[in-house]
Design a protein around this ligand. Structure first.
Ligand SMILES: Cc1cc2nc3c(=O)[nH]c(=O)nc-3n(C[C@H](O)[C@H](O)[C@H](O)COP(=O)(O)OP(=O)(O)OC[C@H]3O[C@@H](n4cnc5c(N)ncnc54)[C@H](O)[C@@H]3O)c2cc1C
Length: 460
């Protein structure tokens, strides 16, 4: 608990209208998409970078924890104040698109700009910002950079990190730093922007982001491959990509997810599908699209696809995508709580990974519907349990641990896009050796010797 004196001093920095310590506001800033609750001592809204610097200087001096927060849509508890302290809420003021540089094709934004707002803004100018997490309508670019968010288009266009050219950030001691430049190439000095990307608010507070933009492709078409089983679908993923297919997206739904989507949302997906692969191809000329679809269809046929569909109009396109968009909410038919992980493996390991994940589910008597970004080797694995049954929760937890061990054995890792935060902190030693964890801790100490920024996260 921080005392009244600190609240008064912080109020002097940002103005009393920009600091909350009443019960209702503390509650409102106490949770994220993990639905776990930790109340902060106060919520502070910085008006600009100078405010961020003054707040951090004060908190560092007084050893008060600071938890940067975007939209609070994180899936791993990154924005939760586990030991109290100050939630630094960026959304009220630091939400402006500062510049679009058409000649150098880049955008400069404040951290609380909503992802989709930037996409819409640049698309109106003929440009394109590809990273599109499913939370794009509300998650912030500061949160996206801090988690290195991915999305449906990552198979072709990559992750948030592939678009971060430069950052401005405030260190815990209040120093304002610049990392990166407007240049495409920059190999002078350490890649600090790279270290801050995916640092989950544990090293510095990001105050400005320079993002690469690309020209908006003119045409896109959607496809769906209906496979008899998961193994064939997973073989088709890595083999079609190795054959030269370059789809924007290659998303996967297993038969449990297909059943759930049909039952819960009444969406008309192929009844007997053992697995679906769906996605888009895009390009600037029709021939490019036709070529991509041909490579995909041929590769899918070599791997046992039962049916390959291409949407002929926007209605069919919506239908193809509706099933994927409804996946996460539909699988609640299998249990009141989903232990939702986003493992990542080399794509050629997908068939074995999925086979063994289902076997782990069976061993514990738990249903494990899987879906996600197969084109990136990144699968959302959902261990479904009865949330009111402590024995089942325990079993779920053991199953998750085994799944992480399996994934790491296959050359993969704990998270492809949601980060470590609080939820996966205890599993870090499965993925990293003690010397590697110590290197992480040394980096943390170099940025934040007093440990005030987002303490208790990432197993550090
Ligand atoms: C329905 C749903 C779908 C989702 N789909 C996807 C998806 O497809 N792909 C994906 O990658 N994620 C997805 N997510 C997870 C989440 O939306 C992303 O992790 C997103 O990037 C978080 O952004 P946010 O603004 O909500 O950040 P928050 O949740 O507020 O914070 C996330 C982390 O970033 C830190 N942070 C935030 N702002 C700053 C800053 N300015 N400086 C330093 N640190 C900061 C926080 O401390 C925290 O550690 C989804 C979430 C939901 C609820």
């Amino acid at each position: 608990m921080i005392d009244k004196r600190h609240l008064n001093n912080l109020s002097d920095i940002v103005g009393s209208e920009n600091i909350y310590s009443d019960k209702a506001h503390l509650r409102a800033y106490s949770y994220d998409a993990t639905r776990t609750y930790y109340e902060p001592d106060a919520v502070v809204f910085p008006r600009d970078e100078e405010d961020v610097s003054r707040i951090l200087t004060y908190c560092n001096h007084n050893k008060i924890s600071i938890i940067p927060r975007g939209a609070g849509s994180g899936f791993t508890g990154g924005a939760l104040p586990v030991n109290g302290g100050i939630v630094l809420a960026m959304e009220k003021y630091m939400n402006k698109i500062l510049e679009i540089d058409m000649e150098n094709m880049l955008a400069i934004v404040q951290p609380a700009v909503i992802n989709k707002d930037l996409q819409r803004h640049v698309e109106a100018l003929g440009l394109f910002y590809p990273p599109d997490p499913a939370s794009e309508e509300y998650s912030t670019l500061g949160g996206n950079v801090s988690e290195n968010a991915g999305g449906m288009r990552a198979a072709k266009y990559g992750l948030t990190k592939d678009y971060v050219m430069a950052l401005r950030a405030v260190l815990p001691n209040g120093d304002i730093i610049r990392a990166g430049k407007r240049t495409i190439k920059d190999v002078a000095g350490y890649n600090i922007a790279g270290i801050l990307t995916a640092s989950e608010g544990s090293l510095a507070v990001i105050t400005e982001i320079t993002l690469k933009l690309i020209p908006k492709p003119k045409y896109a078409k959607s496809y769906m491959g209906i496979f008899p089983n998961v193994e064939m679908a997973m073989n088709a993923v890595f083999k079609s990509l190795a054959n030269g297919a370059n789809p924007v997206a290659m998303e996967f739904l297993d038969s449990l997810v297909v059943k759930a989507v049909k039952e819960k949302l009444g969406i008309d997906l192929p009844k007997e599908a053992g697995a679906l692969l769906i996605g888009d191809v895009d390009g600037n000329v029709a021939e490019e699209i036709e070529f991509q679809l041909k490579v995909l269809e041929e590769s899918f046929r070599e791997n046992g696809v039962q049916e390959f569909r291409v949407a002929t109009d926007s209605k069919e396109r919506d239908l193809i995508w509706k099933g994927r968009r409804g996946a996460s909410q539909s699988i609640t038919i299998y249990g009141t709580k989903k232990l939702n992980e986003d493992i990542s493996v080399p794509r050629s390991m997908l068939p074995k990974a999925l086979k063994d994940i289902y076997a782990i589910g069976e061993k514990y008597g738990l249903v494990v519907p899987c879906f996600g970004h197969a084109g990136d080797g990144n699968i959302h694995v959902n261990v479904m349990v009865d949330g009111s049954n402590s024995k089942e929760l325990e079993k779920g937890h053991s199953a998750i641990k085994e799944i992480f061990e399996l994934v790491v054995d296959l050359g993969g890792t704990l998270s492809g896009e949601h980060g470590i935060g609080l939820s996966k902190a205890e599993f870090m030693d499965i993925a990293f050796k003690p010397s590697e964890l110590e290197l992480f801790r040394a980096i943390k100490r170099a940025f934040d010797p007093n440990g005030i920024l987002n303490p208790g996260k990432m197993g550090l």
